[in-house]
Design a protein around this ligand. Sequence first.
Ligand SMILES: [Zn+2]
Length: 109
Amino acid sequence: MTLLPLHCPPCANDQVVKRGKTRNETQHSLCQTEACPQQTFLLEDSPRGRLPQVKQQSVDMALNGSGIRETARVLRLSKETVLSELKKRGLRGFVWVMFGHFRLAVACK
Ligand SMILES: [Zn+2]
């Protein structure tokens, strides 16, 4: 049996203890460093669509003229995940407007 030291992803400290499990039986860990920006973390990666930075990126891409399918393909998400995130932000869809040589996406609320 080999024991691997566990490090907190945000602060790289090794003072980490177990702290219960999620509903999906994923181990929750607690970083004991007081200055740690995150304190708790999961050992396994969560699905990409759940990450706040990926969600924000999908909205940014849609607002910058990328279609739903293109956004989903580039960010490796499903179309449903992208659409659901746009709906949560109160954006129902987009209207494409030609402005000279530019194609603009106008978000519909
Ligand atoms: Zn930490």
